[in-house]
Design a binder for this molecule. Structure first.
Ligand code: S3P
Length: 455
């Protein structure tokens, strides 16, 4: 569990590791997991979900769906695997929640559900933890207000905020000012209950799980090229959504941690099974291969409407690269761990066009640069990027890293400690439970050593 009075911040140290080896399966994709619960709620009838990520972020969305009227249950199948069932209420069928909807650390849950509620004539209050309460919400409240929703929020539109959906939602055409799948999804979710066609224009394509799921549940969605490299997504409102069984594939953003750990820990040879390599999510893997990473893509297949593969990863001598800025949306959550790989590479790795990293669970450019410096790595930081000077496999380590309530900063620097000369300590490993509750046990199973310290 992430922070609670019974679960204070817990410092953790990663020891320099022997070679990592073995096969693992990482938990279900976080983006797809949130959406499966939301679409299950909007369908008429029962949606069955297997492979759902049972991290705190997704569990908060499950609880929000219950408060909005869905029946959400969990049971184990005959092989002991969790099966989630959602009895939906249909588009337009949400009830006003009696209590605030608490999204904890989860920006995706909060923003998507704001879109969902905005399309219904109900009032709901959205709250979150200290990290989420610092994150910008204007990016969703602006288009949702154009569709008829009203908001009471703190200055800057941050949480906690109270949203009242439109009595009659208006379809809009909205061009995304930032490359954000969360904003796109919020507008499309509100557009589901609007008469007519809602259009989202994205100058740079972002993850398309919402569009895939809309189609799978029977909505009419047309996606056409727009401008240079962009897309226009047209959604016809007021469909009746039909339940569709969902198999959630492994999360490439979680797989990134064992993959980089194996690349930087000498002698390692691991397999990570069943991760989605949806092209809008696979930018890290393309980049690591360009850096000389020995990553073999095996058993490519399609599962639950997403491309899936197993990855065999062996430790590699990496070299620095310039990451094309247009690749950023397909790996936006992976730059912290890419920066760790870059620290072990020969030469510089240049990452630009990543200003969005500054408004994630923490300011991830600042947090990553600070953590690298504390471990003997030189970093040049700009407003929208950073350049990491690689140490050709010889990273000092020995640092104490501040994670700023950010699960991915915590996991990235624990990974660094496995390949470094000296142990690396993070101030707080508790937030890892938001996205990857089994991280420590899976990594220990591959041979990693972590030592905890109560604070
Ligand atoms: C997500 C979109 C991304 C990503 C987040 C998950 C989603 O955020 O960083 O972890 O599931 O739609 P933005 O849309 O704000 O870039």
């Amino acid at each position: 569990m992430a922070h609670s009075p019974d679960n204070p911040a817990q410092a953790l140290t990663a020891e320099p590791s022997r070679a990592l080896s073995g096969r693992i399966r990482v938990p279900g994709d976080k983006s797809i997991s949130h959406r499966s619960l939301i679409f299950g709620t909007l369908a008429v009838g029962e949606t069955i979900i297997t492979g759902l990520l049972e991290g705190d972020d997704v569990l908060a969305t499950a609880e929000a769906m219950r408060r909005l009227g869905a029946t959400v249950t969990r049971e184990l199948d005959e092989r002991g695997r969790p099966v989630w069932r959602v009895q939906g209420v249909g588009v337009g069928g949400l009830k006003a929640p009696e209590e605030a909807l608490d999204f904890g650390n989860a920006g995706t849950g909060a923003r998507l559900v704001m879109g969902l509620v905005a399309g219904h004539p109900i009032t709901a209050t959205f709250v979150g933890d200290a990290s989420l309460s610092r994150r910008p919400m204007g990016r969703v409240t602006v288009p949702l207000a154009m569709m008829g929703a009203t908001f009471q929020a703190r200055e800057g539109g941050r949480l906690p905020l109270t949203l009242t959906g439109a009595p009659r939602t208006m379809p809009i055409t909205y061009e995304l000012p930032v490359a954000s799948a969360q904003v796109k999804s919020a507008v499309l979710l509100a557009g589901l209950n609007a008469p007519g066609v809602t259009t989202v224009i994205e100058p740079v394509p972002t993850r398309d799980h919402t569009e895939r799921m809309l189609k799978a549940f029977g909505a009419k969605v047309d996606i056409v090229p727009h401008g240079v490299g962009g897309l226009a997504i047209h959604l016809t409102g007021e469909p009746e959504l039909t339940p569709c069984p969902i198999i959630v594939p492994g999360d490439p953003s979680s797989a990134a941690f064992p993959v980089v750990a194996a690349l930087i820990t000498p002698g390692s040879d691991i397999v990570v099974e069943g991760i989605t390599l949806n092209p809008h999510r696979a930018g890290l893997y393309t980049t690591l291969i360009e850096m000389g990473g020995d990553i073999e893509v095996m058993h490519q297949r399609e599962e639950g409407g997403e491309p899936v593969a197993d990855l065999r990863v062996r430790s590699s001598a990496l070299h620095g690269v310039v990451v094309p800025p247009e690749r950023a949306p397909s790996m936006i959550d992976e730059y912290p761990v890419l920066a760790i790989a870059a620290a072990f590479a020969t030469g510089n790795t240049v990452m630009n066009g990543i200003h969005e990293m500054r408004v994630k669970e923490s300011d991830r450019i600042a947090a990553t640069a600070q953590g690298l410096r504390h471990n003997g790595i030189k970093v040049h930081e700009t407003d929208d990027g950073m350049t990491v000077e690689g140490r050709a496999g010889h990273v000092d380590g020995g640092g104490h890293v501040v994670t700023h309530m950010d699960h991915r900063i915590a996991m990235s620097f624990l990974v660094m400690g496995l390949g470094a000369q000296k142990p690396v300590t993070v101030d707080d490993a508790a937030m890892i439970a938001t996205s990857f509750p089994d991280f420590l046990s899976l990594m220990r199973g591959l041979g990693a050593t972590f030592v905890g310290h109560r604070q």
